[in-house]
Write a protein that binds this ligand. Structure first.
Ligand code: HPA
Ligand SMILES: [Zn+2]
Length: 329
C-alpha cells in the first residue's frame, strides 16, 4: 500500500493518456495527426514548457462532451487512488475549451459527474481549481471568471498556468482581487521557468496561498527565508521538472536542499500522462534518485495534507494526517 497523500498540483487535461485520447477521438470523430498511440508517445520528448504545452493543447481537442470530461476524471481518480492519493485538488483550463466552442457548463458539470461521486467510487476527496491561461489577456481571465459564476459552488479556487516567461503575475491582479471577493482560494504557477520575482509578485499582488512549482525561489535566499517564515507551501513536480528540462536529472533536483532550508514542500505529478508518472511514481522516483529517508517521505505526505484546502473539513484532515503517521514503510 502506497503512502497516503494529497495531490495538490494536477492538471486534469494532463491526465489524458494516449489510449483514452484515441478512444475519445474515435467517439467524437476528431482526427489526430498520429497514426496510433505508439506514434503519439514518440512525440513526448519535450525541450521546455512550451513544447509540452503545444501537444497538451492539441490533444485536449478530443474532449467534447460532459461524458468525455467525466471519463477523463474517473480515469485519473482510479489511478490516483491506486497510488495512495486520498485527496486531490484538481486544476482545469476552461479557456482552452471555451476557445474551441465548448461552454463552461460542459466542462464543469462533466468533471463534477466524476468528482461529485469520487468519495463513494474511489475513496478520494476532491476540490476543483479553475486556472487562467497566463498567455491570454487579463480581460479574457475576467470573462472566464464571469462564465464560471453559476458554478462557484463546485469551484474552490483559482490558479494561473500555461507559458510563464513574459507573462508576469501583475497582469492578473484585478481578476485575483475579484476572485478573492467571491471567496475563492488563490494559487499560481510561479518560478517554474520564470524568475523568483514572479513568486514574490504572486504573493504580494495576487495574494496566493500556495506556490505551484516555485523551484526558482532557490536563487533568492531572502525569498526562501520569507517562504519559510510565512509557511507558504510549494507544490513541486519532480518528474515534470526533468521532462521539461527545468532540472537536468532527478539526482540534481533541489528538493533535499529545499526541505533542509525548511520550506513546506509537497510532491505532485503535474501532467502525469505526459511526464511518466502519477503521484506515488513521483514519490518513489525522489526516494530512489535523491535518497530521501522514510521520515522525509512522511514529512512530504504530512505537508500535502497541511497545505491542502481542507479548512472546511478539519476532521477529515486530522484523519488523513493520522493515516500518514501510522503508515509503515
Ligand atoms: O507544468 C505546467 N506549467 C504551466 N502550465 C501548465 N499547464 C499544464 N501543465 C503546466
Ligand atoms: Zn502545473
Amino acid at each position: 500500500m502506497p503512502l497516503p497523500k494529497a495531490e495538490l498540483h494536477l492538471h486534469i487535461e494532463g491526465t489524458l493518456e494516449p489510449e483514452l485520447a484515441f478512444d475519445l477521438a474515435a467517439r467524437n470523430g476528431v482526427k489526430l495527426r498520429y497514426a496510433d498511440t505508439e506514434e503519439l508517445r514518440e512525440a513526448y520528448r519535450f525541450e521546455d514548457l512550451q513544447s509540452f504545452l503545444n501537444l497538451y493543447y492539441e490533444l485536449m481537442t478530443v474532449l467534447r462532451t460532459e461524458r468525455d470530461f467525466e471519463d477523463l476524471a474517473n480515469a485519473y481518480l482510479t489511478r490516483a487512488a491506486a497510488q495512495g492519493v486520498r485527496h486531490a485538488e484538481i486544476f482545469f483550463d476552461p479557456q482552452a475549451h471555451l476557445a474551441r466552442g465548448l461552454d463552461m457548463r460542459t466542462v464543469v458539470e462533466g468533471l463534477w459527474r466524476a468528482l461529485g461521486r469520487s468519495e463513494e467510487n474511489h475513496g478520494v476527496s476532491t476540490r476543483l481549481i479553475l486556472c487562467f491561461l497566463r498567455d491570454e489577456s487579463a480581460d479574457s481571465a475576467l470573462e472566464t471568471l464571469e462564465a464560471a459564476r453559476p458554478y462557484l459552488d463546485r469551484i474552490t479556487g483559482i490558479g494561473l498556468d500555461s507559458a510563464e516567461v513574459g507573462h508576469p503575475p501583475a497582469k492578473f491582479r484585478q481578476v485575483y482581487e475579484t476572485a478573492a471577493g467571491l471567496g475563492l482560494r488563490r494559487v499560481a504557477h510561479a518560478g517554474e521557468e520564470g524568475p523568483p520575482e514572479y513568486i514574490t509578485q504572486s504573493l504580494d499582488l495576487l495574494g496566493i496561498e500556495r506556490v505551484d512549482h516555485g523551484l526558482r525561489c532557490m536563487e533568492d535566499p531572502e525569498l526562501v527565508e520569507r517562504l519559510v517564515r510565512e509557511r507558504v507551501p510549494l507544490t513541486l513536480c519532480p518528474l515534470s521538472n526533468v521532462r521539461l528540462r527545468t532540472v537536468d536529472t532527478l539526482a540534481d533536483h533541489p528538493l533535499p536542499a529545499m526541505l533542509d532550508a525548511g520550506l513546506l514542500c509537497t510532491v505532485n505529478s503535474d501532467d502525469p500522462a505526459y511526464f511518466g508518472g502519477y503521484a506515488d511514481d513521483n514519490f518513489r522516483a525522489v526516494r530512489e534518485s535523491l535518497g530521501l529517508t522514510e521520515e522525509r517521505l512522511r514529512e512530504l505526505a504530512r505537508n500535502s495534507f497541511l497545505a491542502s484546502f481542507l479548512e472546511d473539513d478539519e476532521e477529515r484532515r486530522a484523519r488523513y494526517l493520522a493515516e500518514v503517521d501510522a503508515y509503515v514503510f
